[in-house]
Design a protein around this ligand. Structure first.
Ligand code: ADP
Length: 335
């Protein structure tokens, strides 16, 4: 029988288990065997593998995390590591490898592809949604839902006290989680990497906006979503600055890894199921070096290198709505 390998690598994402389940069930359907490497590339180098059958994965899709564990493996960048991985895969007679992970994991997959003749397929598993070629990555929907839920809760207390809150969300170097959760929860402002790159916000500009929103809407709460790494010292430092320099009572809230746990949304479970099966079918069809993705409802294959060399932009319409209609950052011209 044809034998495929699978691993989850890098930051874990809700839905990785659902993707793993889909890979195992699809493989079984096509009469393939599945060997899972534990702890990502680390397990591939250490030959830490287990065989997986349908009963092992039947009821895991409702849990975040990954039953085969994930890890970072810095030494995988070395030539010798890729050679060792290729040797281990060949010794196990594995013909195709499914890598479930983010852009770092795909760089690793591409690196391995230079030293191993087997087929390699990527499945996008990251909450950050920062992979080109697929409308969404597995885990993104859940992370946004969790951030939205937290923002709703913050709003209750912020509104009661007429307070400013800075809520820090994940996203690595992308503002997808920040933008979507801010829109979903009606946050007044966002500080996102893509916007900071063009024109970094100053504390004076933030204060000006808070005052404008207050003047237009009356006293009340003001909730700002801050993407990680976008303010020196993060949400804590920014709220301290606002309070110290402008006497503006402000509270920080760091969501952190809460964004990666709990039950995955239906969207993530279904996306993971589709892409996991697609990955196995691509191996069956002899394809290699691509990520399985979903674009405008269609299954697609994206060359691995494109997933991190090309960038998907933030939704310009959402930005326009937020910045021009809901919480204008400039004074409307007609006033
Ligand atoms: P993610 O997949 O979530 O983006 P990381 O960026 O931590 O997570 O990458 C996961 C792993 O992929 C790394 O620990 C490393 O083993 C491997 N990797 C990342 N970049 C490269 C690279 N340029 N070459 C080879 N392997 C890489």
């Amino acid at each position: 029988a044809q034998r495929i390998g699978v691993l989850t690598s890098g930051g874990d994402a809700p839905g990785m288990n659902a993707a793993l389940r889909a890979v195992v069930l699809a493989a079984e359907h096509y009469g393939m065997e599945v060997v899972a490497f534990r702890h990502g590339y680390e397990g591939l180098l250490n030959n830490e593998h287990i065989s997986l059958q349908a009963p092992d994965v039947l009821h895991i899709l409702q849990y975040s995390g990954t039953i085969i564990k994930s890890a970072r493996c810095p030494r995988f960048k070395e030539e010798e590591s890729a050679e060792l991985a290729a040797k281990n895969l060949d010794a196990l007679n594995i013909q195709g490898l499914v890598v479930i992970g983010g852009d770092g994991s795909f760089r690793g997959a591409h690196h391995l592809g230079k030293y191993w003749k087997g087929q390699i397929i990527g499945v996008p598993g990251t909450i950050d949604n920062d992979l080109y070629g697929t409308d969404a990555t597995i885990g993104y929907s859940t992370a946004v839902a969790i951030a939205m839920d937290a923002l709703d809760k913050i709003r209750d207390t912020a509104d009661a006290m007429d307070r400013v809150f800075i809520v820090e969300v994940m996203g690595r170097h992308a503002g997808f989680i920040g933008l979507k959760s801010a829109m979903a929860a009606g946050a007044e402002r966002m500080i996102l990497p893509e916007l900071q790159k063009d024109k970094p916000l100053t504390i004076a500009a933030i204060v000006k906006h808070i005052k404008r929103v207050e003047a237009v809407r009356g006293a009340g709460s003001y909730v700002m979503v801050l993407s990680e790494h976008q303010w020196p010292g993060g949400a804590v430092a920014l709220s301290e600055q606002l309070e110290a320099e402008y006497g503006m009572p402000c509270r920080p809230c760091l969501l952190g890894h809460i964004q990666r746990g709990g039950p995955p949304t239906a969207t993530d479970r279904v996306l993971a199921s589709e892409l996991g099966v697609h990955a196995v079918e691509l191996i069956r069809d002899g394809v290699t070096g691509v990520m399985a993705g979903l674009r405008a409802g269609e299954l697609v294959e994206v060359p691995l290198e494109e997933t991190w060399t090309k960038k998907s932009p933030l939704d310009v319409n959402l930005l326009r709505i937020q910045h021009e209609i809901f919480n204008p950052v400039k004074k409307p011209a007609r006033n």
